[in-house]
Design a protein around this ligand. Structure first.
Ligand SMILES: [Zn+2]
Length: 330
């Protein structure tokens, strides 16, 4: 693994180097920036999800604490996806035993993501509830990471890691996962409100090149973490990414190397819903039609409603109608 960029360095602590940055910082809205600490095996990423996150917020009527945890998980998923260099879908799931039964974020390497939450029927959620109260109330919460490669080959198959829920925050749960399962020392700082989901990731890379690399800045990792520990969550959701990095690391020789766009995108489609109804079977679909006249399927992620009336439904099961191979329900 070699992240070393070859270009000139900015040297001013800004990951954007000489980029013109408008005063309001909107140039780095809905984007993820990556940087390195010169002379030390430390890499970092910072993300700000703005209108992309608001699209999730608008589609779900969530209690504030649930919304903010989902925002943190969304920012974290995109940060991890960018750090894993994996071409495919990364899915983070928290299976909860409290009022929240499931929290899911899916994202791809291109920075597209979607997110949803299942709250147990009849559950009452205190707006101030902690993550542990939401998903680990009786100690049965689980955290699941799935990597689903874009193209599957005999040696490239989906991977799923299931770990016990450990930690008091989304950041701590993910840090435990990365440190134990991926064995990459990783720290995360996450925050979200109704307008923005934001996060900072620092990773300690394996020393490359032996003693020379170690000798230059042996304390870089600890120093960067200590500086980042001064983050106030309010700053993360109010400062632009560039201003946040400047505020934390202005004395550090950071080297910026890229910025990528992030956006909300849902992969649902009428064809996928039709395939799901075919798997359900004609009898089941017809029995729903007897009760309700139309079969309506809502996408859990984007809330779009797909409706099939009796004519549409009959078309699903016509001889010669398209019968794609069944897909695994997500
Ligand atoms: Zn959808």
């Amino acid at each position: 693994m070699n992240d070393g960029p070859g270009g000139p360095t900015s040297g001013d602590g800004s990951p954007d180097g000489g980029d013109a940055e408008p005063g309001d910082g909107r140039a780095d809205a809905d984007s993820l920036s990556r940087f390195l600490l010169q002379g030390a095996p430390v890499r970092g990423e910072i993300i700000s999800l703005d209108s992309a996150w608001q699209q999730v917020v608008q589609r779900h009527d969530l209690p504030v604490c649930v919304r903010d945890c989902l925002g943190q998980l969304s920012a974290a998923a995109l940060l991890l996806a960018a750090s894993l260099k994996f071409d495919g879908m990364l899915v983070l799931q928290i299976h909860g035993d409290g009022p929240v039964a499931l929290m899911v974020v899916e994202c791809d390497a291109a920075g597209h993501f979607r997110a949803t939450v299942k709250i147990r029927e009849g559950a009452v959620v205190d707006d101030q509830a902690s993550l542990v109260q939401l998903v680990h109330a009786s100690g049965q919460g689980r955290f699941v990471v799935t990597l689903d490669p874009r193209t599957r080959t005999p040696t490239r198959q989906p991977y799923q890691g299931i770990v016990p829920f450990e930690g008091d925050s989304v950041a701590q749960v993910l840090e435990h996962y990365m440190n134990r399962s991926e064995q990459v020392p990783t720290r995360l700082w996450l925050a979200a409100d109704e307008h923005r989901a934001a996060g900072l990731l620092l990773q300690r890379l394996p020393d490359q090149g032996g003693s020379a690399a170690q000798a230059t800045d042996a304390d870089g990792w600890n120093r960067m973490c200590q500086l980042a520990d001064t983050i106030d969550p309010l700053e993360l959701v109010s400062l632009s990414s560039a201003d946040m990095l400047h505020r934390l690391f202005w004395q550090e020789p950071l080297h910026a190397f890229d910025r990528r766009r992030c956006g909300f995108a849902c992969s649902c489609s009428r064809d996928k819903v039709a395939a799901m109804l075919r798997m359900l079977g004609r009898e089941e679909v017809e029995s729903i039609l007897v009760e309700r006249e139309t079969v309506e399927v809502n996408c859990d992620f984007c809330n779009l409603a797909y409706r099939f009336d009796a004519v549409d439904a009959a078309g699903l099961f016509l001889p010669g109608a398209d019968h794609p191979p069944p897909t695994q329900p997500q």
